[in-house]
Design a protein around this ligand. Structure first.
Ligand SMILES: Cc1ncc(C[n+]2csc(CCOP(=O)(O)OP(=O)(O)O)c2C)c(N)n1
Length: 529
């Protein structure tokens, strides 16, 4: 059989039948006789294609396939590849390369050191030594991508390889998860049982490893307040639960202040901790012990304090659940009631004649009130994140996604990928005006692929988060960054996405209701005060 036939048979076995990508001449031989059971999801920029695949993979808990144009395409995709690496999203990324016979003569568009180009933000990469090794390279890329911690893997494929002959290759089942050291988990369970005032800090790997139920039961069993780790990219605990304590800031001293009073900190599926501003002093309150369960050996290695157990979160938390004791345990039964910080004050629905511009808290509040049941939010609205945390709680598993890297341009296309994976759900992309412009071409894919994503742009006509940071550095405002003059309705309409602009509180509910019930993608720009 040909390499092409072998690869498509293998991809079918891996259920990688959607190809996200942006093609060029060096990839065309891959798509000769494109099988009818495969679908091509075009991104009008490689960063869009990779981010769509990222959302699709995360929402399916399965790898996704991306095909990029040789050097230039991989270069364009690099920001999204970095984000997929930080998101621990399993991606099999292939890229075209010029024909092997041309490579000594530096042909047009070829990729010199193709396998090096996406490093270091790739788990494994290769340009196979021979055409007949391509199927095995793709299989290995798939297994590597799926092994914990998951992430992208890369195969560069010369254009003439597809028509060469090779042997067929069947999928195998290498293990993809790691179970924690039983003795360490036993000790951690005993320490949790002895704790006077345990608190939990949960992160994205609880969601990635589908440990929602186990984490909830363990928190209830121990009456432990549950914080979300700083800048967590997924929701891992019901944010309306009586034990839900809030979101830790990405700031060392502020984290210590929030966790103060606890003698035992159990970190589940998160690094300890992700900081965004410089800090000094201890990482945890004085006298508090810390145990981290993580699927990422690197996060276990750089953890500054305590004990780290490398484990799949579902298995690890289940072990703690079965081995930690509450009944008949004096320490556990004498625990003081958990201290939960007060919730933010409620906001009233806007009056129908309110001509003032809404604030971002009101926008979040109205989305929370009007969003369809079980809807999913993909967020990239940096300075509105606190408002979202305060007024748009995520209470069901797998209903919130943002990027773990801080790289803008992910949210808009990732929402399209999530919608492709979950056609049964309403997907809402919550975007800043600045953020939306990094990958605005994703609107075209949302329409072309027949998704019904609701894009909500919180337009503050600025890089608001940068303005806030500038003040922290003692800079009045960053030069040249006043946005404005962007016509989001025109940008959307030109790509086949109907849009409406809201400038007054009075019109907000009607616009959101219309978008949430639309059968096509729709964009709502909300100009906030
Ligand atoms: C790819 C990339 N470039 C630049 C930045 C730096 N950055 C962080 S927040 C921000 C402003 C985002 O503006 P907007 O989406 O309008 O949200 P706002 O901060 O106004 O809420 C910028 C430019 C980044 N995080 N990622």
């Amino acid at each position: 059989m040909t390499v092409r036939e072998a690869v498509y048979a293998l991809l079918r076995e891996f259920q990688l039948t959607t190809v996200f990508g942006n093609p060029g001449s060096t990839e065309l031989p891959m798509f000769r006789d494109f099988p009818a059971d495969f679908r091509y999801a075009l991104g009008l920029h490689e960063a869009v294609a990779v981010a769509m695949a990222d959302g699709y993979a995360q929402a399916r808990h399965q790898a996704a396939l991306v095909n990029l144009h040789s050097a230039v395409g991989v270069g364009n995709a690099m920001g999204s590849i970095f984000t997929a690496f930080r998101n621990q999203t399993p991606l099999v990324i292939t890229a075209g390369q010029q024909a092997r016979s041309m490579l000594p003569y530096e042909p047009f568009l070829y990729s010199d050191q193709a396998a090096q180009l996406p490093k270091p933000y790739i788990k494994w990469s290769i340009e196979p030594a021979r055409a007949e090794d391509v199927p095995a390279a793709i299989a290995r890329a798939y297994y590597v991508a799926m092994q914990a911690p998951r992430g992208p893997a890369f195969v560069s494929i010369p254009a003439d390889d597809w028509d060469r002959n090779c042997a067929p290759l069947s999928a195998r089942r290498p293990s993809t998860i790691v179970a924690g050291d039983p003795a360490m988990l036993r000790d951690a369970a005993a320490a949790l049982s002895r704790a006077r005032s345990p608190v939990f800090v949960v992160g994205a790997s609880v969601a990635r490893d589908q440990a929602w139920d186990e984490t909830l039961t363990l928190a209830e069993q121990h009456q432990a307040p549950v914080w979300v780790s700083p800048l967590s990219a997924r929701n891992s605990f019901p944010e309306d639960h009586r034990l839900f304590a809030g979101f830790l800031p990405a700031d060392r001293a502020a984290i210590v202040a929030r966790l103060n009073g606890s003698d035992f900190i159990l970190v589940l599926g998160a690094p300890v901790f992700t900081n965004h501003v410089e800090g000094v002093g201890p990482h945890v309150p004085a006298g508090a012990a810390l145990v981290q369960l993580t699927d990422d050996p690197a996060a276990a290695a750089w953890c500054p304090v305590g004990t780290s157990i490398v484990t799949n979160l579902k298995l690890g938390v289940a072990a703690l659940l079965s081995q930690s004791k509450v009944a008949g345990n004096a320490a556990a039964t004498n625990r003081a009631p958990p201290t939960i910080p007060p919730r933010p004050p409620p906001i009233a629905a806007p009056a129908l004649d309110d001509k003032t511009a809404p604030g971002d808290s009101l926008v979040m509040n109205r989305i929370a009130a009007l969003r369809p049941a079980h809807s999913i939010v993909v967020e990239e609205a940096p300075s509105s994140r606190t408002a979202m945390h305060d007024y748009l709680p995520f209470v069901e598993r797998d209903t919130f996604y943002t990027c773990a890297s801080g790289g803008l341009g992910h949210g808009l296309p990732a929402a399209v990928g999530v919608a492709l994976a979950r056609p049964d759900r309403r997907v809402i992309a919550l975007l800043g005006d600045g953020s939306a412009m990094y990958a605005i071409q994703g609107l075209w894919s949302a329409a072309a692929l027949g998704t019904a994503v609701t894009f909500i742009i919180i337009n503050n006509r600025s890089y608001g988060a940068l303005d806030e940071f500038a003040r922290q550095f003692g800079i009045a405002s960053p030069p040249g960054t006043a946005l404005g003059g962007l016509d989001f309705c025109a940008l959307a309409a030109s790509q086949g996405v109907p849009a409406v602009s809201v400038t007054e509180c009075a019109g907000l509910d009607a616009a959101l209701k219309k978008a949430f019930s639309a059968a096509t993608p729709m964009l709502v720009e909300v100009c906030i005060k």
